[in-house]
Design a protein around this ligand. Structure first.
Ligand SMILES: *[C@@H]1O[C@H](CO)[C@@H](O)[C@H](O)[C@H]1NC(C)=O
Length: 729
């Protein structure tokens, strides 16, 4: 019991001493609160960003014709929560720096009769406001050495009243932070890759150690080294999630950089903000040390809403993430940046600053203090498009030439083939004509044989007729003889039948019979002879007929042969004519082709010259675009349509150079046109308040191809980002 009282006693002392060492923080808060209330009562917008000077700002007309996001006023949250209700509950948790040991120790030892005693509400809530700087430069809180060890923190250096500067350092992945000013640093063993290392920052005003509602986190990258980007894109990434502020993904070297992250008040909405490193495969140094400050709602030192970076001194240095003073052409500018950098309006010589001026910071190691992607001017875009057209035209002309040459070669081949065909056709005529003559001769011969055969047939037919007549006569004679024989038989029979027989008549009848029989024999012989003659004549007629038929067939065949031969002869002639026509056509083609080849060659030469001219024009346009990269408002300067800083730019509203040329967007080497031999600064000043810049880059350092509503941009890969010294005046 006695020991515990000893532990607590210094806290009471310390907390009475805090306000002195913290330079009247309460007074600030009270003053600020009453001013805000007063301003609200007078209907001015509550915009503590420019506190306490903003209410005199004269609105400035925007530069005509140029939309500028920076000129859209934006208001920060209304004044926050000033008084911690001492009766707020306290929840005991086992989390970073608070073992059950400490919580139980305090909560079990102290209980006041009138209200429960909440040691952490006092101990931590106020203790966190009582900061010190350790011997190694880290922020800590002044506590007794025993309290520091109870909180699992690291004592480093001493405070007054015998206390130590107690520092909270976490060197692991996957932890949760709830204490103010915790340092998160890389583990002592080298980071293996690929890997992820994340930290959760838990904001919840019901936690004992978060006595005040938190509205903002400030990350200070005491040190920060990861792999360099590849063409502007981070391979190792550091990302923030869970905050209202959209923080860009960063990588590379970011020592000394900071980020403000807005969160909803932890009194109303407990929030986990996650900080995540993703390391890509590959050997490279990865180390970091990030101070995580939890900023109470309503304090004067909060950054205005949407300001990722916030500067609250009259002058200082502001750099893009990963900018470093190193020589070389490596791309250090990061892709996908889109954040606001804000500057509090300060008193300069007791007067409210009226302008903020920016100039490149001095370099000593060959770094380039201003190098943001070189823009594309309208001229350069047109020239680039002309190169594309000229290239297309050259390709077309070359195709035409190739085609013409192919046509010539084809025509020559065709001519040779046609000439061969003509020779063949001509050679074919003689044989076909010889065949025709032979066929015609054969026809004549066959035709000659036909009349002979016809005569022979006629003769045979005549003989046949004669023989047939003779045969008929002989048959008539035979018939007569038969008739006579029959009569002789009848006469004989009649003579023999007579009584008495008439022997004389019989003899006569027998003689007549004999005569008749002889006549029959003779007539038969004559008929046989006539028949033979008739048969022979018939055979002759048949033979003659066959011969005639054969001769006629021979004539028909010979005629067919003649027709065929004539057709062949005609065809051969036609083939010659056709072949001659083909030869003539091929010859014409051969004659014409060289002219086409010559024309095509001329076209190629012309197209090549056009391409060269377009390339020269493009190079000149790109060069002049680079030289004129400073002016972001589209305008004709020296006859060239100047850059519009379309893709990557630093936006400084209505900034003016020493010659009063006004612009908003800066890119290329606008503020640093000559890095060698001596860097040239083109300082600019802006009267637009609140003082603010916006840095924006697109997602690539590669060329942007032209498209519908897309201006092309050349690839531009050696950008460094910016390092500027600012000064309020
Ligand atoms: C945390 O520490 C910072 C100083 O680093 C201080 O301004 C702030 O008020 C502290 N936050 C709380 C909640 O006490």
């Amino acid at each position: 019991m006695a020991g515990a009282i000893e532990i607590f006693l210094p806290f009471t002392l310390m907390c009475t001493a805090i306000w002195a060492c913290e330079d009247g923080q309460v007074d600030h808060l009270t003053a600020r609160q009453s001013l805000d209330e007063q301003l609200q009562a007078n209907s001015y917008p509550a915009n503590p960003w420019v506190f306490p000077y903003y209410y005199n700002i004269q609105p400035r007309l925007p530069f005509a014709g140029y939309a500028d996001a920076a000129r859209i006023p934006f208001y920060r949250k209304s004044p926050g929560y000033f008084a911690k209700n001492v009766n707020d509950g306290y929840r005991q948790e086992d989390r970073l720096g608070f073992g059950n040991l400490g919580a139980n120790l305090f909560s079990s030892l102290f209980t006041l009769p009138t209200r429960p005693f909440r040691p952490f509400a006092n101990l931590v809530g106020r203790m966190d406001a009582c900061t010190c700087t350790s011997s190694s430069g880290d922020a800590g809180i002044c506590t007794s050495a025993l309290a520091c060890s109870l909180l699992s923190r690291k004592p480093s250096g001493s405070c007054n009243l015998g206390r130590v500067c107690c520092v909270d350092v976490l060197a692991t992945c996957g932890g949760t932070v709830t204490l103010n000013n915790t340092y998160w640093q890389s583990p002592s063993t080298p980071v293996s890759a690929p890997s992820t290392c994340a930290l959760t920052v838990r904001l919840d005003s019901t936690l004992a150690e978060q006595a005040l509602p938190i509205c903002q986190i400030r990350l200070d990258f005491v040190s920060f080294t990861t792999a360099q980007p590849t063409a502007g894109t981070c391979t190792d990434t550091f990302q923030v999630s869970g905050a209202t502020t959209v923080a860009p993904t960063i990588c590379g070297n970011n020592d000394g950089q900071h980020m403000y992250l807005d969160v909803p008040s932890s009194a109303s909405t407990p929030t986990d903000v996650r900080l995540t490193f993703n390391f890509a495969a590959g050997m490279t140094t990865r180390s970091w040390k990030i101070k995580i400050a939890l900023l109470p709602c309503g304090t004067t030192y909060l950054a205005p809403t949407d300001c990722l970076q916030y500067f609250s001194a009259a002058s200082g240095r502001v750099k893009s993430f990963n900018w470093q003073d190193v020589a070389g052409t490596a791309t250090r500018q990061l892709n996908n940046q889109d954040y606001n950098i804000c500057f509090r309006t300060e008193l300069v010589s007791s007067q409210r600053a009226t302008q903020m001026c920016l100039s490149i910071c001095a370099v000593s190691n060959g770094g380039d203090a201003f190098s943001i992607t070189t823009p594309t001017s309208t001229d350069a875009a047109a020239a680039t498009a002309a190169v594309v057209t000229a290239t297309t035209n050259l390709a077309k002309a070359q195709t035409t030439l190739t085609n013409a040459q192919a046509t010539l070669a084809t025509a020559q081949t065709t001519l040779a083939d046609a000439q061969t065909a003509l020779t063949n056709a001509q050679n074919n005529i003689a044989p076909t004509q010889a065949a025709l003559t032979a066929a015609q001769d054969a026809l004549a011969t066959a035709q000659d044989a036909v009349p002979v055969a016809e005569t022979a047939l006629t003769d045979a037919q005549g003989a046949l007729t004669t023989a047939e007549t003779d045969l008929a006569t002989a048959q008539g004679t035979l018939t007569d003889a038969r008739t006579a024989l029959n009569k002789a038989y009848i006469d004989l029979a009649a003579a023999m039948a007579a009584i008495p027989p008439d022997y004389a008549a019989i003899d006569v009848a027998r003689a007549a019979l004999t005569t008749a029989q002889t006549a029959i024999i003779d007539a038969l012989a004559v008929v046989d002879g006539a028949q033979t003659v008739a048969n022979t004549a018939q055979t002759n007629v048949n033979n003659a007929q066959t011969t005639l038929t054969n001769k006629q067939t021979a004539v028909t065949d010979a005629q067919t042969a003649v027709d065929t031969a004539q057709l062949a002869a005609v065809n051969a002639q036609t083939a010659v004519t056709d072949a001659q026509t083909a030869v003539d056509t091929a010859q014409t083609n051969v004659n014409n082709a060289p002219a086409a080849v010559t024309d095509a060659q001329t076209a190629v030469t012309t197209a090549q010259a056009a391409l060269t001219a377009a390339q020269t024009a493009a190079a000149n346009a790109v060069a002049s675009a680079a030289a004129l990269s400073g002016v972001g408002t589209s305008a004709i300067v020296n006859g060239v349509n100047t850059a519009t800083c379309l893709y990557d730019f630093l936006l400084i509203s209505s900034a003016q150079d020493s010659t009063n040329v006004e612009a908003d967007r800066y890119c290329g080497n606008a503020l640093n046109p000559a890095t060698t031999p001596i860097a040239t600064s083109v300082p600019v000043c802006t009267p637009i308040k609140p003082f603010r810049m916006t840095f924006q880059t697109d997602n690539t350092e590669e060329a942007v191809a032209a498209g519908a509503n897309i201006l092309p941009a050349p690839a531009d890969t050696a950008n460094t980002g910016f390092c500027l010294d600012y000064q309020e005046k």
